[in-house]
Design a protein around this ligand. Structure first.
Ligand code: ADP
Length: 456
């Protein structure tokens, strides 16, 4: 059965194939072909010609991978942008006039505005592009977030101007990135992209999940002209690098600024991954401790180092070395001071509630990714300060609800701390409030908002 898969992506023809048999695709050497289906035999692919749009079979041996784009500072998303030049200079650049030849310049008279200069019918027409309310407009009807969008629009529609923009007049020393991307096969087709929900917030714009010809992809959209240009350079570097442990670039789309399309990493970023897994570990540990509590057993050494994780990701409480029936301690010297409740340290009074104290410290360890509790403090200092009411601060980016839970576990008065049964109920109740996707598979949550992932 043929599989619809874009995983094999775009290919480049190695040689001419100008006399195709029935069902085959015609192409020339260097033409860019997009694989639409890979057969099981892998001898032939069903491919689409990126220029002619025709579809047909191509021999797998007659295509090769795309080549990397050279990192070249002259590569520009806006080769038609000439900066601060005067009207007459723009005219001289657009000579000999050719219908639809255009450039954009910065207005000298109106600071912050631009001028679109277009050749038409043996003359050059200058359209003032007004910048107002963070948007650009020529006719106060059609508004654009940036020049890229504006040029894209007037290349497809005549709108209020005299002709569609047909050919950019490139500034000396610049090369059209669009042309280069298209020639090398890195330019993807917006029509093949279906955008889904947002999966992250980058510094320069949102990241969405999507589908590109059957493949799940992540799409970063950069709207600002200048930032898009900076990202173009990052992207050209990515065209050179292919490794199983580097996120793979699938290509870019020039529409509404720049869309960078990469493979989708379904489990999202590591911070989220650790935090969502953490949620389950916390639950597992709490359940184990609730069981000990029901047996009236006290662990006395509950800490992250004593939680082991199975192949299936189940966390189990281990090291029962100190476990005793609810009673007094016998060997104070061996106590894990930073994890032990003050009454246990001072009066050797161990109980399930002193285990709850340790559980709070374990939560702190989880949320600081295994940091040593009370960083930089000696055991003596910890003993004294905690006795006086000092408590650790929340780990960086720890959701307030989790920190609140830690603080409950660190109540000075053991009776005021919740039991494991109560903690368990609280966790269970709060976790069912999660979004359906958060319960389905904790690792599958690719959201970047940490607090959204761990609500207690
Ligand atoms: P920026 O570099 O603009 O700050 P990032 O590339 O760091 O943006 O992306 C922001 C967030 O979007 C990431 O932390 C992650 O949650 C999500 N994200 C980005 N790329 C992918 C991807 N390929 N697959 C899944 N999630 C992604």
């Amino acid at each position: 059965m043929a599989t619809k898969s874009w995983a094999s992506g775009t290919r480049v023809a190695k040689s001419d194939h100008s006399k195709p048999k029935a069902g085959e695709l015609a192409y020339g050497k260097g033409d860019i072909l997009t694989i639409v289906e890979t057969g099981t035999g892998k001898q032939h692919y069903k491919a689409r010609h990126n220029t002619t749009g025709e579809e047909g079979l191509v021999a797998a041996t007659n295509v090769r991978e795309r080549e990397a784009i050279c990192v070249d500072p002259s590569l520009s998303l806006m080769p038609w942008f000439h900066g601060k030049i005067s009207g007459p200079e723009a005219v001289s650049k657009l000579l000999p006039v050719e219908d639809g030849l255009f450039l954009v310049r910065e207005s000298i008279r109106h600071h912050g505005d631009y001028v679109l200069c277009v050749s038409y019918s043996s003359q050059v027409i200058h359209y003032r592009v007004i910048y107002q309310d963070s948007k650009l407009t020529i006719d106060n009807t059609q508004y654009f977030y940036n020049l890229l969008d504006m040029i894209e629009f007037y290349s497809k529609h005549k709108g209020a101007i005299v002709t569609k923009l047909l050919k950019p007049k490139e500034k000396e020393g610049t090369k059209s990135a669009e042309l280069e991307l298209s020639k090398t096969g890195w330019l993807l087709d917006i029509r093949e992209l279906t955008l889904g929900g947002s999966i992250g917030e980058g510094e320069f714009g949102a990241v969405y999940e999507g589908d590109y010809m059957g493949q799940k992809v992540a799409v970063k959209n950069i709207k600002c002209d200048v930032t898009a240009q900076a990202f173009l350079e990052e992207t050209t570097v990515m065209t050179k690098l292919q490794h199983k442990n580097l996120v793979r670039l699938l290509g870019v789309i020039l529409h509404n600024g720049l869309h960078i399309v990469t493979e989708l990493m379904a489990k999202g970023n590591l911070v989220n991954f650790l935090r969502t897994r953490g949620r389950h570990i916390i639950e597992d540990v709490c359940e184990g401790m609730e069981y000990l509590e029901s047996k009236r057993l006290v662990h006395r050494d509950l800490a992250a180092r004593n939680i082991l994780v199975s192949n299936e990701g189940v966390a189990k409480v281990s090291d029962f070395g100190l476990t005793k029936l609810d009673c007094k301690a016998s060997d104070n010297a061996k106590l894990p001071v930073k994890w032990t409740a003050p009454e246990a340290l001072k009066k050797e009074k161990f109980s399930t509630r002193s285990d709850v104290w340790s559980y709070g410290v374990l939560l702190w360890e989880m949320f600081s990714y295994g940091r040593q509790p009370y960083p930089k403090m000696s055991l003596k200092e910890v003993k004294e300060l905690v006795e006086q009411g000092y408590r650790m601060e929340a780990p960086e980016e720890c959701p307030p609800s989790v920190y609140a839970l830690m603080r409950c576990c660190w109540e000075a008065e053991p009776r005021k701390r919740p039991s494991f049964q109560k903690l368990q109920e609280k966790l269970e109740r709060e976790l069912t409030k999660q979004q359906p996707w958060e319960n389905a598979d904790p690792g599958l949550n690719p959201r970047s908002s940490v607090s959204a992932c761990f609500r207690l």
